[in-house]
Design a protein around this ligand. Structure first.
Ligand code: PHE
Length: 370
């Protein structure tokens, strides 16, 4: 602690005495300044020396007042000089402490810097919701590459070379692949089904997996198409899986997603990697399956009362031939698989009629999902 300086009353106004008092005062301000380390003590220090009411410099005016008339000009000159010196030191200290401890000079009454909180994209949210429904049934989530080889996207899924079913996929191929054997050529996966093969190569049966992610097809963008969209694939393999298991699982999942009142309907279809294959519809949860909303026709189900949600089927034994060494013997095991478009489901859930809204990055749209 520095002993605090007190302004003396002057009786001796000789130049030597004045010099001594000035020197003492400057030494005092110097010593007190050296002890100031924080902005709190800086403020006290400043007030003590510069406050108009009762500050030390104000008290020094008393020297001038009490000086004999003939030496008042001399005392006045020194007092003015002294004030400048003291102010200089106090200001210097203020700057020094301000720099050394910037955090203590924060004005907490100012509004803070706003960091806007983001929100999950509606597609991610829908995907997560679907994944959760199946997670509760014991399915685990796996991933696969978006740039895929012809082998995984087609061949091992029982699309023979030159099979017309390949044309239905509007595949986007990577450039400059002609030098490679057909099965090694790279493409943007057209569905999430290649993850079935990739997983079965790594893990033996039984299996219950979901694969979720981006897929691409050469479709020009419009209100219901996009060259990039999202799918969720499911695969369940065990020793005695039946079509009844497929129906029961998907019916439960649709009720969990769209409400317990929805019904499911399975209609025959074709996929090279499932046999039999089906398209699954849910009763329209917008019009309640009536095809009408009051006087208006129901647009989302095109007045049919049914909405197509996914493709599915029993895994074709030919597919197992590609992973037989991993324990998938078509004589001993069976499996069902399904694949659904997440974007369409998200549109239905959020009542949108333009798919492009999801991909334009317009904050006015996205902020509604906060
Ligand atoms: N992969 C198929 C498609 O994208 C959907 C599907 C998945 C069908 C699994 C059957 C089984 O059209």
């Amino acid at each position: 602690m520095v002993a605090l300086y007190k302004v003396p009353k002057l009786s001796d106004f000789s130049p030597q005495a004045l010099d001594r008092h000035v020197a003492e005062l400057l030494a005092a301000v110097e010593a007190e300044a050296a002890a100031v380390k924080t902005s709190d003590t800086r403020k006290a220090f400043r007030d003590r020396w510069l406050a108009r009411k009762g500050g030390i410099l104000t008290q020094v005016n008393e020297w001038l007042r009490s000086a004999p008339k003939d030496i008042k000009p001399e005392v006045g000159r020194r007092v003015n000089q002294l004030k400048l010196e003291v102010e200089k030191r106090v200001e210097f200290k203020a700057q020094q402490v301000g720099k050394a401890a910037p955090e203590s000079s924060i004005d907490i009454s100012l509004p803070g810097i706003r960091r806007p909180i983001g929100a999950e994209h509606p597609i991610t949210r829908t995907m997560e919701e679907i994944v959760q429904v199946f997670a509760r049934l014991g399915y685990s989530l796996v991933e696969g590459p978006i740039v895929e080889s012809d082998y995984y996207n087609f061949e091992a899924l029982n699309f023979p070379l030159d099979h017309p079913a390949r044309d239905t996929q509007d595949t986007l191929f990577l450039a400059n692949q002609e030098g490679k054997p057909a099965r090694e050529r790279l493409l943007l996966r057209t569905h999430t089904s290649p993850v079935q093969i990739r997983t079965m190569e790594k893990v033996g049966p039984p299996l219950r997996i979901l694969a979720a992610g981006k897929v691409h097809r050469n479709d020009p963008p419009d209100a219901s198409h996009s060259p990039m969209f999202h799918q969720i694939e499911g695969l369940a393999v065990d020793s005695d899986i039946t079509f009844g298991d497929l129906k029961g699982t998907l019916d439960h999942a649709m009720k969990a997603l769209f409400g317990s009142q929805v019904k499911t309907s399975f209609r025959p279809s074709f996929f090279p990697f499932t046999e039999p294959s089906a398209e699954m519809f849910v009763s329209c949860f917008i019009c309640g399956g009536t095809g009408r909303r009051g006087e208006e026709p129901c647009r989302p189900c095109k007045r049919t009362g049914w909405i197509e949600i996914l493709g599915c089927g029993m895994v074709d034994p030919n597919v197992f031939e590609f992973v037989k060494q991993r324990g998938y013997d078509p004589e001993k095991i069976s499996a069902f698989a399904f694949g659904m478009g997440v974007d369409r489901i998200a549109m239905l859930k959020f009542g949108l009629d333009d798919l492009q809204l999801f991909f334009q990055g317009d904050l006015r749209f996205l902020e509604q999902f906060k």
